[in-house]
Design a protein around this ligand. Structure first.
Ligand code: ARG
Length: 465
């Protein structure tokens, strides 16, 4: 921008260094669509209210649509020395259509303009992320459906604990992603309010109608208080927090995928499309993709803390500090979208090695709790005593190099003669898994119930989003 369109007071050209610190165009140019969309809605409202003429609106609308095409075709490059995207587009508009362009900024300030553009951007991307979350949940559900009786060692402290099924394990992640989805949708609705028309901080003496811009832009209604609106970045903080939490979930899943693909587990095999080789060790197949997904949480958390820190202690209303709100949000959104797409592709194409999962269930005496429960339920032994008897059985199995489910009735009775024959089938891992048939439990039947409930929920969301 050669002429300063927003500086009646400043006569000298800014120093190069000031521009470098001050200009946001290098990163806020990403908001060009939202800026144009917002300006068209604002100009429409101005003309409806008789604040500018219908002819001016037509010119502005035509000019802005042309600028959109110029930007998308690369004819208008957003790399000049304009301070920000708002000045760049307004400057270009005036260059193209003259006086009508100069009327666009009536009853508006960059403070409500940037609040609008940024909010539109966050809202649009919130929906994109939510849709991708649904897709990931569907993929998990499909894989879970095929594995409701695939045995897997359920762990606590990363130690074998009780037998579960693989579908049940996947449904735990589907449940996390469901909560993530709900968080995105809830902040979408809470923030679906239009900031435009707040002007610099106090509203405007022009007879504007904020309902018109609000409904034209797809918001529920205008925000309540202009002073708050121009300095509110909660909507951005919410999306950052939602992304951080979601990526934390993805990092946990990724960690398990990394473990499962190792030689020690071999529970899954990643598709060659999602693994990489080593430059020196020809035999290696590395899980770089889940490792990167696991690591992405770091930058997202950084972006969240950065904006929380920028906003802390800021007096009302707009302060230039708030220009620092954007890069982290753009980065977190980009990271979230890519991570979700990659995760979905990787999970839908990985191979599940059922036999290895089931084999691993023979390590760690997974059905020991079933023996203790049997002693309590069938023989009437107090739980703490049953716990110690079971400990004795586990020791015997260890000494014999067997799993508890492989012991004979004689072996079991050598520890406690009260143990009866019916216990044998209870100690089988699949029976043990299916015995956990309480609501939300791991039995195949309960897992199928969870899959069904989640599938119904997905269908409802698809109608809404
Ligand atoms: N580039 C600025 C930002 O991103 C736009 C708002 C500037 N407003 C102002 N009064 N300086 O925050």
């Amino acid at each position: 921008m050669s002429k300063k369109i927003a500086s009646a007071r400043i006569t000298e050209k800014s120093s190069k260094l000031l521009q470098e610190l001050n200009n946001s165009l290098p990163f806020d140019k990403i908001l060009y669509k939202e800026d144009i969309e917002g300006s068209i809605a604002h100009a429409f409202m101005l003309s409806e209210q008789g604040i500018i003429s219908k002819e001016d609106y037509k010119e502005i609308n035509r000019g802005l649509n042309e600028i959109l095409e110029e930007i998308e075709s690369g004819e208008f490059k957003l790399n000049g020395d304009d301070e920000d995207i708002h000045m760049a587009i307004e400057g270009r508009l005036t260059e193209k259509i003259g006086d009508a362009g100069k009327r666009l900024h009536t009853a508006r300030s960059r403070n409500d303009q940037v609040a609008l553009d940024f909010r539109l951007y966050v809202q649009k991307n919130t929906k994109k992320i939510a849709k991708l979350l649904l897709k990931n949940i569907e993929t998990l559900i499909n894989l879970a459906k095929d594995n409701t009786s695939t045995l897997l060692p359920g762990m606590t402290h990363l130690q074998h604990a009780q037998p579960i099924n693989f579908g049940y394990h996947l449904m735990a992640y589907a449940s996390m992603f469901k909560r993530d989805y709900e968080r995105f949708i809830s902040s979408f609705h809470r923030n679906n309010l239009s900031p435009i028309g707040c002007a610099a901080l106090a509203g405007t003496p022009h007879p504007i109608n904020r309902e018109i811009t609000s409904s034209k832009l797809g918001f529920k209604e205008p925000t309540l208080n202009c002073l708050d609106t121009v300095s509110d970045r909660d909507f951005a903080l919410e999306v950052l927090f939602n992304i951080s939490t979601m990526l934390m979930h993805i990092s946990r899943f990724s960690e398990e995928i990394i473990l499962w693909s190792s030689s020690e587990f071999k529970f899954i095999t990643l598709s060659d499309r999602h693994a990489t080789g080593s430059s020196i060790m020809p035999q290696k197949k590395n899980p770089d993709i889940p490792e990167l997904l696991r690591a992405k949480t770091g930058r997202a958390n950084g972006n969240l803390i950065a904006l929380l820190t920028v906003m802390k202690g800021l007096p009302l209303a707009y302060n230039k500090d708030m220009q620092e709100d954007k890069e982290g949000v753009f980065d977190s959104i980009k990271t979230a979208l890519l991570s979700l797409e990659v995760l979905e592709e990787m999970v839908s194409q990985m191979k599940v090695n059922r036999q290895n999962m089931e084999k691993a269930c023979m390590i760690g005496h997974l059905s020991a709790t079933d023996l203790a429960d049997y002693l309590v339920k069938e023989i009437g032994i107090a739980f703490r005593d049953a716990y110690h008897i079971t400990g004795g059985v586990v020791n015997l199995a260890e000494n014999k190099g067997l799993d508890i489910s492989e012991l004979s009735l004689e072996d079991l009775q050598s520890v406690d003669s009260r143990i009866g024959e019916s216990v044998i089938e209870l100690l089988d891992n699949r029976a043990s898994m299916n015995a956990r048939n309480s609501e939300g439990g791991t039995s195949s039947a309960r897992t199928k119930e969870q899959i069904e409930k989640m599938s119904l929920w997905i269908e409802l969301q698809k109608e809404e989003i």
